[in-house]
Structure formats: C-alpha cells, structure tokens
Design a protein around this ligand. Structure first.
Ligand code: PEP
Ligand code: MG
Length: 574
C-alpha cells in the first residue's frame, strides 16, 4: 500500500530505489560473566578493537581528504576524540575488570550513560553530538562482533539503493557516496545533524527526522525521495512512479547542462561583468572552487582551522593554509576573513556562560580582546600575501574604533615581519563585513577607511530582525525578503558604488538563484557562495538584463507589503 512520510528537506534532488534497512541490532548486545582468567584477554580484545576503529577512521580521513567536503575530516576528528575519551573506553575497561563482563556489554553501558547526559544538554548542536557517541560505539561493536556494518547491496531489481536508518554517521555516509547510494532517510537528525550537513555537501537526496521510517518501511520496498520537499513516498503506484522518473531525468538533464556554463563568462545580456566567487572553510575546499572556475575566494572562513583542537594553529601552520589557497587560486583574489569565533563557533577551552552569545564577544570583538592571537593570524595572512592576491576581511564591524584598532594591529604585525626580514605585500587590501545594521547605517566611515566591503547577509538578517539564526523556534521569522533587510543591502551596494569601493555579498543570499536578479538589480556585481551554487547563479546572470533589472528593483524596493514584494520578485524572475 502506498503512503507518504514527511521529514526535513536537507538535500535536494529525487532518488528512486529500493529500501535497504540498516539495522541497529549491533547495539542489542548480550551480557555474560567471564571466568576470572579471561578478564585480561577480554580487556585486550576491547583495546584492539578500539585501535582498529582508530585505524579505520584515519584511513577514511586520508582516503577522502581531497575529495570530501571539509566537514568530513572534522567529523572524523570528533569521532577520534570520543574514542580517546577516558569516560568511554577506559571506563568500559574498568567495568570489565570489576564486573567480569563482556566487552560489548561494558561499552554499551558506558555509551548509554554518556548519551543520557548529552540528551539533557540545552544547546542543540552539542545535544546532537550525543549521536556521535552512539555511532562511534557502533563502529567498535562491528569490529568486536565481526558484524560487517552497513554494506548495502545493490537491489536485485537493478534499481538504486536507498538507505533507511535510525541515524547515520558521516563516516558511513561518505562510504555511501563511494558506493553510489541513491539517497538516504533517517529517523533522527535536525538541521544541524551530521547527516544533514554531509548530505547537503555531497548532493545526495536525503530526508532526515522522519521519526518512524525504519518501523514503517519494509526491506526492499520501493521508495521515492523528494529531497526538495522533504517527502518520502513508499510503495508508489505506477502513475506517481512515472511522474517522478520524468522529473528526475529532467533534473539530471538540467544539472548536466549547467556544467556547460563553466567556461561561459559571467556577463549579463547587456554586457555587465559579474564576479562569481567561492566561500570556503578549509584550504582543500579550493579544489571545488577551481572545479567550477570561481573568480576567486570571496570568503575564507578561517575559524574552521581553529576548531576541534586544543591549541590554536601556529603562525607557520596558518601561513601554510592561507598560502596554499593563495597559490591554488593563481592570482585570483583570495579574501581571508579573520577569526570569527564566538556565538555558535566556540574555541575549545574558551567556553563561557553568555546569556546572548550572538551579541557577545564574537568575531572582531574577540580578536581585539585577544591581541596576541590576532597578531599571529595577521602575520600569517600578511606572509601569505606574497603568494597570491590575498585580501584581508574583518568580520562583524559596528564601530569606527574597531576598524582603527584593527588597522593599528595590522601595522604592528607588518613591523614585526619587517624586523624579522619576512616579506609581505605592503599594499594588501583590507575590507570589512557589513553584517550589523549599525554598520550598514553608518557606511561613510567604513567606506573611507577600508578598501572593500562584503555584506554578510546571514548575520545582517539575524541582527536586523532580532532572531537567533541557530534557534529553530524562530526560524520562520528569518526572512531575507523583509523590506528592512532589502533596504540595508541595497543602500550598502549603492553607497559603495558611489564611493568607488567594491561591495560583495558573501552570505547565503548570494548563492540563492531566486535572489540573483534582485541583487543584480540593486547593482551587485560580486557574489560569493558555496562552489556548488555557482552554475545556477551564473545561469541567472546570463539571462538577465542589468539595466532593466535596475529599474524594476528600484520600484520593488519602495514596497513594504510582503505579499506585493513577493509578487514583484516573481515577476522579476519570470
Ligand atoms: C554572514 O553572516 O552572512 C557570513 C557570510 O558569515 P557567517 O555565515 O560565517 O557568519
Ligand atoms: Mg557572519
């Protein structure tokens, strides 16, 4: 019987295939008491299994390092850390010694205790890390029990395989990619769950948070995933199946056609040049940026180099990372944003109890409070400026004195390098992010003191509309089309163009093809986005007449009724 299930849409596309139910049976372990003489061997068995899993994870990281998105290596690091946590493995070893129990049972006892503690954490990101503990333990159990793990078989009917699991680890997920899994569905997971993040970055259709998928779907049953709508159709009838097959092949055709745009110059119908650049988190992401022929790196979120480690990267380490990207981009601009930690991105050991972390010691505020850490980064960026067209970008500016203090520190960093006899580009450009309404409303001082500006719409929306961008209970109020947001973005772009200062947009708005024409009509000529979004945005650019859009958008910006605004946007995109 055909039925439909709903979850969160985390990764677009359509997948049609047969369900492969991934069992959680590995966690249902038996308990038995060992003779005293076998206790030591049992402890050794657990230690060996842990070592094997560590090797597996290291191999996974090494084998997928260049091909996989940056998040994968971070996830593997998290799993390695869990494996090294004495509260898990050491405590399980103690349990074996004390109670003479089997290794599997001891490990699951520890896992359950830790998972319970995680379940009580308020922060949703941290709470979801409880699932990582279960995933790590599952890996160890697979080694202990000789269970092969998730080895999906190809369906005998020749259709693709759709994994249906309670939850999946990112490590499992990346293996699915290598096996050409069509898509996956999980009971658990929210917007920040690992599965969701990996699915999006690997472009595999997926729906998460379906709750009872594993209970309701039978093994080998035919399933359609409509990734864009977060819908799952189980045992579809022939008519629905035909419809989705058609939509799937249309989508595939569109996607492969888009690749042909790689060599097309990003130019509007009336000849306006548009620069489509890439946002990256780690140096190896530059590979993807080059694959789509991005015009440069519009945003290098350097804080990802500082997360998941106990001490910050040294000046030399940072120089190697920034220099690698500068060299890879061969003279195209590489915009390195200084450390944007705080709020949801917290350095290890730097956790503080803040009532409103998004309004706290974040980004440039944090760096100015930690001048030594900041100077180290500034020196590394300056040194990398010899290896390509490196530009420095300051996040979260609100005050003139923040710019002045930063420029003074850049001078200090330059003086140190001169003293050391280390070369750097004296004329390295310095820009600022406009992501606080206060900055967007007092642009003059920023335009006079800085070489370029980049609008961070993710935060500009958060701070303009007073909604925490990580809080799902106010997610429905996060609206890029709010008239106040549109006016701040438009004013910043036109003030930049009047002053002859380049203005880019590097927030998510820049990568949304529905908004490309709107931004073009505001006068935007520099967009920076995830590399996978470049072709779709380019397609919009190629179809647009900039002069005509300018007139239409001027009219649209005078509207303040949401319904009329959306209506005009539709007309703009028609
Ligand atoms: C933004 O705020 O739009 C931005 C690009 O920065 P981040 O998303 O890293 O805060
Ligand atoms: Mg931001």
């Amino acid at each position: 019987m055909s039925f439909t299930l709903h979850g969160f849409a985390v990764s677009h596309g359509i997948a049609i295939g047969h369900a492969h139910l991934v069992s959680h049976g590995a966690l249902e372990v038996h308990h038995y008491v060992l003779p005293a003489k076998h206790v030591e061997a049992e402890m050794a068995r657990l230690t060996a299994a842990v070592a094997e899993v560590r090797n597996e994870l290291d191999e996974l990281k090494a084998s997928t390092f260049t091909a996989a998105p940056a998040e994968i290596s971070a996830f593997v690091d998290i799993h390695n850390l869990i494996l090294a946590d004495p509260l898990l493995v050491d405590a399980a070893l103690e349990l074996i010694a004390e109670r003479r129990c089997n290794a599997e049972w001891a490990l699951v006892q520890r896992m359950e205790m830790l998972a319970e503690q995680f379940a009580e954490i308020e922060d949703s990101y941290l709470r979801e890390r409880g699932a990582d503990i279960v995933q790590v333990v599952e890996r160890v159990l697979r080694v202990l029990t000789g269970h092969p793990g998730y080895v999906p078989r190809r369906s005998s009917r020749g259709e693709d395989t759709i994994i249906v699991a309670h939850d999946l680890s990112p490590a499992d997920t990346i293996q699915f990619k290598q096996m050409k899994i069509a898509g996956f569905v999980t009971d658990l997971g929210g917007a920040t769950s690992h599965t969701a993040i990996v699915a999006r970055s690997l472009n595999i259709p997926a729906v998460v948070g379906v709750h009872h998928a594993r209970a309701l779907i039978r093994d080998d049953e035919l399933v359609i995933i409509d990734g864009a709508r977060g819908v799952l159709i189980v045992d579809p009838d022939e008519r629905i199946l035909q419809e989705y097959r058609l939509r799937k092949s249309e989508l595939e055709l569109e996607r492969s056609k888009l690749k042909r745009l790689r060599s097309a110059p990003a130019r509007t119908l009336d000849g306006e040049e548009v620069s489509l650049q890439a946002n990256i988190e780690l140096p190896q992401d530059a590979v993807q940026a080059k694959e789509v022929d991005a015009a440069g790196i519009g945003l290098f979120r350097t804080e990802f180099l500082f997360l998941n480690r106990d001490t910050p990267p040294t000046e030399d380490e940072q120089f190697a990372a920034y220099g690698a990207v500068a060299e890879a981009m061969r003279g195209r601009p590489v915009t390195i944003r200084t450390l944007d930690v705080g709020a949801d991105k917290v350095l290890r050991g730097g956790e503080r109890q803040e009532a409103n972390p998004a309004l706290g010691l974040r980004a440039i505020r944090y760096c100015l409070a930690e001048p030594q850490l900041f100077l180290t980064q500034l020196r590394a960026i300056l040194r990398a400026s010899m290896l390509g067209r490196v530009r420095l970008l300051i996040p979260m500016l609100a005050h003139t004195h923040e710019v002045e203090q930063t420029l003074a520190l850049v001078e200090q960093a330059k003086a140190m390098l001169r003293e050391r006899g280390q070369p750097f580009n004296e004329a390295m450009e310095i820009g600022g992010m406009i992501e606080i309404p206060a900055a967007a409303l007092s642009l003059g001082v920023f335009l006079r003191r800085l070489d370029f500006l980049s609008i961070g719409t993710n935060d500009l929306i958060q701070y303009t509309l007073a909604i925490d961008r990580t809080d799902e209970s106010v997610a429905h109020l996060y609206d890029p089309l709010h008239p106040a947001v549109l006016r701040l973005v438009a004013q910043t772009i036109s003030a930049g163009s009047r002053a002859g200062v380049d203005v880019a947009v590097c927030g998510e708005m820049a990568g949304d093809p529905v908004l490309t024409r709107l931004l073009l009509g505001m006068g935007l000529r520099q967009f920076s986005m995830h590399p996978s979004q470049v072709y779709e945005v380019k397609q919009q650019v190629l179809r647009s007449d900039a002069a005509q859009l300018r007139r239409q958008v001027a009219r649209l910006l005078r509207l303040d009724e949401p319904a009329r605004l959306r209506e005009q946007l539709e007309k703009l995109n028609a």
